[in-house]
Design a protein around this ligand. Structure first.
Ligand SMILES: NC(=O)c1ccc[n+]([C@@H]2O[C@H](COP(=O)([O-])OP(=O)(O)OC[C@H]3O[C@@H](n4cnc5c(N)ncnc54)[C@H](OP(=O)(O)O)[C@@H]3O)[C@@H](O)[C@H]2O)c1
Length: 268
């Protein structure tokens, strides 16, 4: 079994690069070796390595920058996944791709199901939805795993690590308390992926579709709730107060969905 892993230096890609070699031969690329905006290089990588499974953990994830850097965002999140899917179809490979809660508008008040209608409210969400569509229409065998609020406690730039840093620098933090979601540890997302990939390939291909790879609903919280949990667990900090604030008090270039809670739904 040969796996082509893209995005090996991202939070999730880093964990997949650690965990996937337990079950397969892994050829892993970071942006330096394969830039997704170079669509010819994407084609070449698949044709050269002829993997049984392509795992695409690479993505343009700078949500605010995407509002103005739309071409690069579209190439990485929409065009490249569609090309990967076409190439996967050509060689009969299974494509594993990750998508996002940001395909939804956040107007629901109960957990999103994979069958709910997407309606992105920012460019990043739109580009990821176009990636999903390109994969679906390619006719390849695919598993798209939407996830949310990804962090790695020991690696990369993420909310978890920012809170740990800020809690040592400041006495008070103001954190948004009216956006709801489920934080996901990249180590768990990789472990869930590895576990699924231990199934026979034919069985996985037969379950092609969109799934929600998130922790259970009991982990639902707000950014404020998550920050409080992170900071409470720190033995040494200067931060004494974590203040809840509304989204309106923390304006960002890209709008965020107020409700990002997704029901965990995985292949059988
Ligand atoms: N982070 C979240 O909260 C979140 C939430 C929902 C869904 N997701 C999805 O989960 C997946 C994994 O996300 P993550 O949190 O691991 O993201 P991440 O830490 O930002 O990693 C993404 C990786 O993709 C690489 N990349 C960006 N543009 C590229 C390009 N043009 N060519 C090649 N590589 C490129 C980045 O390279 P550099 O290191 O050089 O920048 C980075 O290593 C993505 O599909 C993302 O959309 C993430």
């Amino acid at each position: 079994m040969k796996i082509l892993l893209l995005g090996k230096n991202g939070q999730l890609g880093y964990e997949l690069a650690k965990q996937l070699p337990a079950i397969a031969e892994v050829i892993a690329f970071g942006r330096d070796e394969l830039d997704l905006t170079d669509l010819n290089a994407v084609v070449q990588a698949v044709q050269t390595h002829q993997p049984n499974i392509i795992v695409n953990a690479a993505a343009y994830t700078a949500v605010d920058k995407a509002e103005t850097d739309s071409v690069n965002c579209y190439l990485a999140n929409a065009a490249a996944p569609a090309i990967l899917a076409n190439e996967a179809k050509a060689i009969g490979a299974l494509l594993i791709h990750y998508s996002t809660d940001y395909v939804f508008d956040g107007t629901k008040t109960t957990p999103y199901e994979p069958t709910d209608t997407p309606n992105p409210i920012n460019y990043y969400g739109y580009s990821k939805l176009m990636g999903e569509e390109g994969i679906k229409y390619s006719g390849c065998d695919y598993l798209i795993f939407r996830t949310s609020w990804v962090y790695h406690p020991d690696y990369g730039n993420n909310f978890y690590r920012s809170m740990q840093r800020l809690a040592k620098e400041r006495e008070m933090l103001n954190i948004v308390a009216d956006q709801h979601g489920i934080p996901n540890d990249a180590r768990d997302l990789a472990a869930d992926t590895v576990k699924l990939l231990q199934q026979p390939l034919a069985q996985l291909k037969a379950q092609s579709g969109i799934y929600h790879l998130t922790a259970g609903l009991e982990n639902q919280t707000t950014w404020h709730g998550f920050a409080t949990q992170i900071i409470d667990a720190m033995p040494e900090k200067t931060c004494k107060v974590v203040n809840p604030i509304p989204t309106s008090a923390y304006p960002t270039p890209a709008k965020r969905p107020m409700w990002s809670v997704m029901q965990r739904v995985l292949p059988a």
